[in-house]
Design a protein around this ligand. Structure first.
Ligand SMILES: NC(=O)C1=CN([C@@H]2O[C@H](COP(=O)(O)OP(=O)(O)OC[C@H]3O[C@@H](n4cnc5c(N)ncnc54)[C@H](OP(=O)(O)O)[C@@H]3O)[C@@H](O)[C@H]2O)C=CC1
Ligand SMILES: O=C1Nc2ccccc2C1=O
Length: 282
């Protein structure tokens, strides 16, 4: 199964679906990532917070070693600086990622500031260091996560901005649509990565509309939510530790959801984030 590629404002390309890796069992992570590579995943989302950067990288590297016909350039590896690494020392932490976490991957495809919580001065100091990391070739693309419009505007109006953020990774599902922020990002040519696109699993078995559309389309509720996200123009990051679900979650090209049914899945008035909320931080 091959994934569509989406062009970023850096002119680089990102595969349209990424495997979320938060909370994968540590001792199975490399194996799950390897199996994901086998069924066609080329995009992986990790973070310093997840404590599994080495295991995620190892899974990709093992796959590359076993498949010499596949090149490193096909893969897209994202990681994120955690709050205590966001500031004027960020370059040191990025160098550490390169030298001791990602091994033969050699470079990071996308580096994000995990959240705006460290405050304006730290955010901008960090971004300056991320721009240097890009110039050094350590990182191909840079972006942000959990940023509200005011945080992105802070960057866009900053005198030292050299590289616009390529993406804003935020929680988006039909129960946490954030239409205004997401549309605004897309208008700025900043791609939107949708985290927790399966609502952390909470809505998959309880929502009557999803259940009935699942019967209508002969697709699982998870597949419907991934398709919903793609049709809105986002890059979903579904996570699964279950090997059989890996290919299920990529199998979204064999069907379409009618516009009327997309409207039925939408919950524009709901606000049910599953993890944390910091797009409104100062
Ligand atoms: N930037 C940020 O602040 C954040 C980023 N993220 C990123 O987004 C990713 C995804 O979000 P996450 O919170 O993990 O939750 P998801 O919305 O991806 O949901 C994961 C849950 O759905 C279940 N699931 C997956 N596929 C299926 C399926 N086909 N059928 C039934 N159940 C299924 C999984 O079960 P099982 O694993 O048991 O198969 C798990 O319980 C994270 O892993 C992380 O990479 C997430 C939160 C915050
Ligand atoms: O994947 C994630 N799960 C989380 C839970 C709390 C804070 C951040 C995160 C993630 O990035």
């Amino acid at each position: 199964m091959s994934l569509r590629l989406i062009k970023l404002n850096s002119e680089n390309h990102i595969p349209s679906i990424g495997l979320g890796t938060w909370d994968l069992p540590r001792n199975q992570t490399s194996h799950i990532v390897y199996e994901a590579c086998k069924v066609g995943y080329r995009h992986f989302d990790t973070a310093v917070l997840y404590g599994n950067e080495r295991e995620v990288s190892d899974g990709i590297i093992q796959f590359l070693n076993d498949h010499p016909d596949v090149s490193r350039e096909e893969f897209f590896y994202t990681t994120k600086l955690w709050n205590n690494q966001v500031g004027s020392n960020s370059l040191k932490y990025i160098e550490e990622m390169i030298t001791s976490k990602i091994g033969e991957l050699k470079y990071i495809d996308l580096l994000l500031i995990h959240s705006p919580l460290p405050g304006k001065v730290n955010r901008l100091n960090c971004y300056e260091q991320m721009q240097i990391a890009k110039d050094k070739g350590w990182v191909k693309n840079i972006g942000v996560s959990n940023y509200g419009k005011h945080h992105i505007e802070e960057l866009l109006t900053w005198s030292k901005l050299k590289y616009k953020p390529c993406v804003n990774q935020i929680e988006i599902s039909p129960w946490c649509m954030r239409t205004e922020l997401a549309t605004w990002c897309l208008d700025q040519n900043i791609k939107v990565e949708a985290y927790a696109p399966l609502t952390h699993g909470y809505k998959l078995h309880e929502d009557p509309t999803l259940q009935s559309l699942s019967v209508k389309y002969g697709k699982s509720p998870a597949q419907l939510l991934i398709k919903w996200s793609l049709k809105k123009g986002y890059i979903p990051l579904p996570k699964t530790k279950t090997i059989s679900r890996l290919s299920e979650n990529l199998d979204i090209n064999s069907f379409d959801i009618e516009d009327d049914d997309i409207v039925k899945i939408d919950h524009p008035d709901a606000y049910e984030p599953t993890d944390w909320e910091c797009t409104d931080a100062p």
